[in-house]
Ligand binder design. Structure first.
Ligand SMILES: [Zn+2]
Length: 194
C-alpha cells in the first residue's frame, strides 16, 4: 500500500537518491557565472516519516557557487520537501487525500499514522484546495490530464490519476517528481495574469 511506504526508511532512501540525481543535474550545469557548485545542504528535522528515517534523509539538498563575489545558491527541486514545511511532501499529500472520497479516514487515524494534529491536517487540506490551484505550476500542469480536474477534489484527484496500485513505489516516484517544482523557493508563486 502507498501509505506503508511512507513509514519505510528504505523508501525515503530511494527518494533521496532521486533528489541526489536532481542535484547532480544542477551541479553539471554549474553556476550562471561559470563558477563551480558545491554541496551546501540545509539540515532539516522532517516529520511524518518513519521513526528510523535515515540520517542522510534529514537534509534539503542544495548547492552554492564557489566563486568569491558570487556565492549564488542553487536549490534543485525535491521529491521529499515542500518549501519550508516541516512535514514531508508525500505525507502532506497523502494525509489530505485520505480525508476525501467516499470513505474518508478520521483525523484521529491520520494523526496516528502521520504524527500530526488535527489542525495541521486541516491546514494541508486548505493548502491543496485553496493555495495550490492558483499557482503558476498548477495552471500549466493541469493541462496534462485528459479529464479536467475539479479543484474541490484535490489532492485526491491526483492520487487517483497517479496511484493505480500496480507499482506503489514507481507511482509515488512519478507523483513526487511531478509535484517537485512546487518544492522550490517561488514554486508556489501565484500567476495573477491568468
Ligand atoms: Zn556563481
Amino acid at each position: 500500500m502507498h501509505h506503508d511506504l511512507l513509514r519505510d526508511g528504505r523508501f525515503w532512501s530511494f527518494l533521496l537518491s532521486i533528489d541526489q540525481d536532481l542535484v547532480k543535474n544542477a551541479r553539471e550545469k554549474g553556476c550562471t557565472c561559470n563558477g563551480r557548485l558545491h554541496a551546501a545542504h540545509y539540515p532539516r528535522k522532517p516529520r511524518g516519516g518513519p521513526q528510523d528515517l535515515p540520517k542522510a534523509c534529514c537534509y534539503r539538498l542544495s548547492l552554492c557557487c564557489d566563486r568569491e563575489g558570487c556565492r549564488k545558491r542553487v536549490t534543485p527541486p525535491s521529491t521529499r520537501f515542500l518549501g519550508r514545511k516541516v512535514y514531508l511532501l508525500g505525507v502532506i499529500f497523502l494525509a489530505a487525500a485520505m480525508r476525501q472520497g467516499p470513505s474518508p479516514r478520521s483525523m484521529r487515524e491520520l494523526g496516528d499514522l502521520f504524527d500530526a494534529d488535527r489542525r495541521t491536517i486541516a491546514r494541508w487540506q486548505v493548502f491543496w484546495r485553496e493555495h495550490f490551484p492558483p499557482t503558476r505550476f498548477w495552471k500549466i500542469a493541469r493541462a496534462r490530464f485528459a479529464r479536467a480536474i475539479d479543484v474541490a477534489t484535490l489532492p485526491r484527484a491526483l492520487q487517483e490519476a497517479f496511484f493505480l496500485s500496480r507499482d506503489p513505489r514507481g507511482e509515488w516516484e512519478q507523483l513526487l517528481r511531478f509535484l517537485s517544482p512546487i518544492s522550490l523557493p517561488g514554486g508556489l508563486a501565484i500567476d495573477l495574469c491568468r
